[in-house]
Design a protein around this ligand. Structure first.
Ligand code: NDP
Length: 490
């Protein structure tokens, strides 16, 4: 059994009322840990510790080089413990070892990226009228509340923690209650590298309790949240009372457009990867495949044939290509949507069921599921299912593809497959989404900004933009001739 604690003001702590909640391995339903059930008092203790550490300048007063050296040590420790972290991520979240391994490598790389970036020039000076000199400097925002979901427990955390710390902020971080294991290991690493106490604090517990307190508390200067759009709206409302800076990475229902002139097998392959990687529990998943009508039937036939061959199983089996869903509750939500799709009149071309054979009956496994005969106004086309469920639709021409692609409240990601480069570029430019691909789906890089248009969020993670989120901009105007201005006569 893994022993989980919260990390507040440099100490490992249980919840103040000693309550815990079980953490379940979704591949077999077994309890792998008990997590402290943090309370409002625990959240406040973490907020006060972060406030004190920020106000004392134990972190923000360090030079960029000194902060970067901590980040580099953290990256090295993640690499050293990658095998252990990968195994734990698979146990806790369910994802195949191959996926978890990529996450750990990316997490280390993200710390290294921000260690480098923070040492780059970051200000501006302006040639204004004499005798003034104007300049702009960047400063940390202060105490940052970081709230993350369960689909990439380590990676989503690092996307926020690395830039927030690089910029000199102190943090109050909350993992999802469903997946707190690797986040706790990350905080062990923070302790090992000697991060000053109070700089990084972790509180576990329910979103509406701990997450709400972080979003509401006046001593928190910013809240950076990744999760569902509904929760994001709630957080934005809560944060408005104290006018916190808000950064939101939310849900999606992303289109993947396949033109008849695309390389057929490449398009099929990426369209499978686009939705079934991570069991569809990826915010940017290509959950709506739009196919040009002349190749529609051929595409569906080949796609279904390949989808049926995906090896579903426990993440720790090296043969597994798709793992379980993260929890029983989430599996039930996905199965609800599959039922809903049938009721709405869509046809299940393959999948559609929970898997209980081959020893998978205790886990939360759902078949790769393909819907055809869908209409644009169906809820399975409009709403985020966040599981291994894809809708394949038909379009006539470029104009209709763009119209269908943009016709949801979301705007996170999108792909276009075509061998006509000009057409692919024309279409991608019309897609109202923040993350897009041409002749590929999913690859992403620490250097490039991640985030959405419309109801998929506000702000960006990663890249220089991801650092900007955690910085305030200050103008400084210096009088180079120190004498009265003489504006008033006396
Ligand atoms: P949720 O929105 O349910 O939860 C995300 C986090 O917010 C969890 O830590 C949760 O706590 C917490 N939370 C819940 N309620 C509140 C509240 N009232 N105030 C403050 N915090 C709260 O999302 P899921 O965990 O279900 O994650 C799936 C969603 O995340 C999908 O919609 C997906 O698209 C989105 N996502 C977006 C990404 C992006 O970059 N755009 C990336 C990854 C995921 P707890 O669960 O512990 O109660």
């Amino acid at each position: 059994m893994i022993n989980l604690k919260m990390y507040i003001d440099g100490e490992w702590r249980d919840s103040e009322n000693m309550e815990t909640r079980p953490v379940i391995n979704p591949a077999n339903g077994e309890v792998i840990a008990y997590a402290p059930e943090g309370t409002v008092a625990d959240a406040r203790a973490a907020i006060y510790a972060a406030r004190k550490a920020f106000d004392d300048g134990v972190w923000s007063d360090l030079s960029a080089q000194e902060r970067a050296s901590y980040l580099l040590k953290i990256a090295d420790k993640i690499d050293e413990r990658a095998e252990e972290l990968t195994q734990l991520e698979t146990q806790d979240n369910g994802k195949p070892l191959r996926e978890a391994g990529f996450d750990m490598a990316d997490a280390a790389s993200c710390f290294r990226y921000y260690a480098g970036l923070i040492r780059n020039p970051d200000g501006q000076t302006y040639h204004v009228a004499d005798p003034m000199q104007a300049m702009v400097v960047r400063e940390p925002v202060g105490v940052c509340g970081l709230i993350v979901p369960w689909n990439y427990p380590m990676l989503m955390s690092v996307w926020k923690i690395a830039p927030a710390l690089a910029a000199g902020n102190t943090i109050v971080y909350k993992p999802s209650e469903v997946t707190p294991v690797t986040p706790m290991k990350l905080f062990e690493i923070f302790e090992e590298v000697g991060l000053p106490k109070g700089v990084a604090n972790m509180v576990m517990g329910a979103g509406p309790v701990v997450g709400h307190e972080i979003s509401a508390h006046p001593e928190v200067d910013m809240v950076s949240f990744t999760g569902g759009t509904k929760t994001g709206k709630q957080i934005m409302k809560t944060a408005a009372d104290t006018m916190k800076k808000v950064s939101l990475e939310l849900g999606g229902k992303s289109p993947n457009i396949i033109f008849a002139d695309a390389d057929f097998e490449t398009a099929v392959d990426y369209a499978l990867f686009g939705i079934f990687a991570g069991s569809g529990q990826v915010c940017s998943s290509g959950s709506r495949i739009l196919v040009e009508e002349s190749i529609y039937d051929q595409f569906v036939e080949r796609y279904v044939e390949r989808a049926k061959q995906i090896k579903v199983g426990p993440g720790n089996d090296p043969e597994t290509e798709m793992g379980p869903l993260v929890s029983q509750q989430h599996m039930e939500k996905v199965l609800y949507y599959i039922d809903l799709g049938k009721q709405e009149g869509a046809t299940v071309a393959c999948g559609g069921n929970r898997i209980t054979t081959n020893g998978l009956d205790k886990g939360f496994f759902v078949e790769p599921t393909v819907f055809v005969d869908v209409k644009q106004d169906m809820r399975i086309v409009q709403e985020e299912i966040f599981g291994p469920v894809v809708c394949i639709q038909k379009f006539k021409d470029e104009e209709e593809a763009i119209k269908l692609a943009n016709d949801t409240v979301y705007g996170l990601a999108g792909g276009v497959f075509s061998n006509d480069g000009a057409k692919a570029m024309r279409v991608i430019k019309k897609i109202r989404s923040g993350i897009t691909w041409i002749n590929a789906y999913h690859p992403t890089y620490n250097e490039a900004p991640w985030g959405g248009y419309k109801q998929s969020g506000i702000g960006r993670s990663l890249g220089t933009f991801g650092l900007d989120e955690f910085q305030e901009i200050k103008q400084i105007n210096i009088n180079l001739q120190v004498e009265p201005i003489g504006w008033f006569s006396n």
